[in-house]
Design a protein around this ligand. Sequence first.
Ligand SMILES: Cc1cc2nc3c(=O)[nH]c(=O)nc-3n(C[C@H](O)[C@H](O)[C@H](O)COP(=O)(O)O)c2cc1C
Length: 352
Amino acid sequence: MTLLRQTRVADLLGLNFPIIQGPFGGGLSSEPLVAAVAEAGGLGSFGAHHLRPEEITALVGRLKTATARPFAVNLWIPLGGEPAASVDQLAAQAALLAPYFEELGIDPPDPTVGAPIDFDAQLDALLAAAPPVISFVFGAPAADTVDRARRAGIRLVGTATTVDEAATLEEAGVDVIVASGSDAGGHRGAFLAPAEESLVGTFSLVPQVVAAVHTPVVAAGGIATPSQVRAAHELGAEGVQVGTAFLVSDESAASAVHKEAVTGPAGRSTVLTGAFTGRLARGLVNRVTREASGWDTQVPYPALGSMTSPFRRAAEERGRADLASFWAGQSAPLARLGPAAEIFASFAGAYD
Ligand SMILES: Cc1cc2nc3c(=O)[nH]c(=O)nc-3n(C[C@H](O)[C@H](O)[C@H](O)COP(=O)(O)O)c2cc1C
């Protein structure tokens, strides 16, 4: 079976193939990867939620130079309602994390909360820089954002982890909805109910979202082979968003140890954990994810992410898979190392 590639998603986003390379936040996206996927006829995406406004402006400028084809830049919409950690909780968390820092021989954890990111300033910079596509996770764009994007000719992509979230995104006026099943690697983007209550697998989520909205739907979560691309279309999706299989490409900014771990035997065992950032995310099972289930304190995002960041970075540099946060989806063992163009071509082969 071959698939028609000229779906509504391909038309709206200006693609030869309705294949989106999912954005990677926290520094794992790379400009060469975005450009390679864009040049191959898909939508390369750059996760920019950790960048300052002026960095976003410069990023979009460089990407426009790197490729004349469409690409997306992704931001995290503030969730709101997440409790701030108390001074006592932060101190207790620092004590729980201290052994990892000590083991790696780095300065002890700093219980001072990281500076919150100014989303409005990020968004203003991004809209002004006008990438061809902006994608969001953790929420629906405000009416004013949708208006500004339309006026600037920017297409908007929203991410849903439940049918209710998809309906909310449709109402907000996004052009394309990514239905992200709980198989997916990285953070769960739930925004209407707690992530723990929004864990629907891709196979179940996609047909339900397709039935509930008129907006074209892209399937995400656990897609790493051409047969899974075909299955996603069979379920009613008009495109796919692939994360883990591109995370292990030569061009991604993930470390060699991360890529080896994801595609090796460790890739068979992933878990949804809040241990590294305070928000639920899927990554490889290791000592930290196991030990965290016994913690009596787990401070919320973004405090935990800021506190764990130094030991995660040090663990990654030293190839310590037992302590690093190696994000990956449930199809990790199906991902293959190699150039992004080759990985893309294997997916593109599913289409006419
Ligand atoms: C390391 C990593 C970081 C991610 N960061 C983001 C992000 O910042 N924003 C976002 O919308 N999705 C993010 N995702 C989700 C991916 O874009 C994609 O939807 C997901 O990986 C698809 O599932 P798969 O990994 O099973 O292919 C991330 C995924 C991974 C593996």
